[in-house]
Design a protein around this ligand. Structure first.
Ligand code: M6R
Length: 367
């Protein structure tokens, strides 16, 4: 049932405010400003003993893991690594009982992620998972599992499971931060208040779809795209590029903006547009602006994702996608939505099979 939508993927992109509401429900005590998350039962002592988190996942779920690394490190002060299931499973990783291996998987059946989980089990690490499909292997195998509550995802390209995973990671990081005492109750209350606004923020981003359609019309004939982001938005650059590749078969690369000068800048010319993630942020914003100037100085066109009303950023862009101002930790969830829509509309304009892209399967159960 696609309802008024032409494709499942389009419907699922639009379901994100609801998916986030469902993800928060029952896990957050909005009155008291606390995260409960009973799925991960832990005493303060057990939480303090965690010395490391290793996230294992594939594809879009791996990019969600890269966002989570910021949350677990900054909020709960736990060193965090992110690894591809397919790499982790064949390494000889150093694991012990104070390491948490956190698997992220929409389907819960991705064979490389499951093999990485088995590896974690052999290494006597604690095994947690964030999974969308109830009763899947990754749900059943883990000592503790956070279900995404995104609802069934039919489109082969993942959208709402990505935002749900990010929110679940943020909840877990806040819960760990409370138990470990790395954030004060007041700080946690502020995060919870901000999280409560996320569904509304996502709804307001979706209301601007017409702006995305316009950009898609202007750029759908290009064959190569570069996506640049820094900090929390670097994983979103990777995810934006993956969505474009999968849906429209256009070559797209995601890159950390600071790495441009170490090689990829050689690619820039008038045939390769750059999608620059330039949301306002105390650490990354100014640097993104100068990056955009560098792209344009080499005749590259810039499609900038900007905060509403940001004249400095729009003056440095050829086309603009705008989102409402969002708190720093929620920027990844807000920023990914216009990029999902951009990939979707470009694919539709190119006549691609959006829900069933060639060569892809919804869940990859072979190596
Ligand atoms: O079900 P999983 O989250 O384990 O799937 C992982 C990847 O196969 C998946 O995210 C894939 O990259 C999607 N096609 C992305 O849109």
């Amino acid at each position: 049932a696609k309802g008024p939508y032409r494709h499942f993927m389009h419907k699922e992109i639009h379901e994100q405010p609801r998916a986030v509401t469902d993800t928060l429900r029952g896990r957050v005590d909005f009155e008291r400003g606390r995260v409960t998350l009973e799925e991960v039962p832990l005493s303060p002592e057990a939480a303090r003993r965690i010395s490391r988190i290793v996230i294992v996942a594939c594809g879009t779920s791996y990019y969600a893991g890269l966002v989570g690394k910021f949350y677990f490190e900054s909020l709960a002060r736990i060193p965090t690594e992110v690894d591809y299931g397919s790499e982790f499973r064949y390494r000889d990783p150093v694991l012990d009982a104070d390491t948490v291996v956190l698997a992220i998987s929409q389907s819960g059946e991705t064979v490389d992620t499951l093999a990485a989980m088995e590896r974690a089990r052999e290494g006597s690490a604690r095994l947690w998972s964030i999974v969308n499909v109830i009763g899947s292997q990754a749900h059943r195998m883990a000592d503790a599992c956070i279900l995404m509550h995104a609802g069934p995802e039919i489109g082969v390209a993942s959208s709402k499971a990505f935002t749900a995973s990010i929110v679940d990671e943020l909840l877990l990081a806040l819960r760990l931060a409370e138990l470990r005492g790395t954030l004060s109750p007041e700080e946690i209350r502020t995060h919870v208040r901000e999280l409560a606004r996320l569904p509304d923020l996502l709804g307001r981003v979706l209301d601007r779809e017409a702006e995305v359609v316009e950009v898609a019309r202007a750029f759908y004939r290009y064959e190569d795209f570069l996506y640049l982001g820094r900090g929390l938005l670097y994983p979103i650059a990777l995810e934006g590029a993956l969505k474009l590749k999968e849906l429209s078969y256009i070559h797209a690369e995601g890159y950390p903006a600071g790495e441009m000068k170490h090689g990829p800048i050689a690619l820039i010319d008038e045939r390769m547009p750059t999608v620059a993630l330039a949301l306002q942020d105390p650490v990354t914003y100014e640097k993104m602006l100068s990056q955009m100037e560098q792209v344009r100085a080499r005749r590259g066109q810039v499609i900038a994702l900007i905060t509403d009303g940001d004249r400095a950023a729009s003056a440095r862009a050829d086309a603009v996608l705008s989102v409402p101002h969002a708190p720093r930790w929620l920027q990844p969830a807000v920023a990914v939505v216009p990029l999902q829509l951009l990939a979707y509309h470009i694919a539709v304009l190119r006549g691609c099979d959006v829900d069933q892209p060639r060569n892809l399967a919804k869940s990859v159960t072979v190596e």
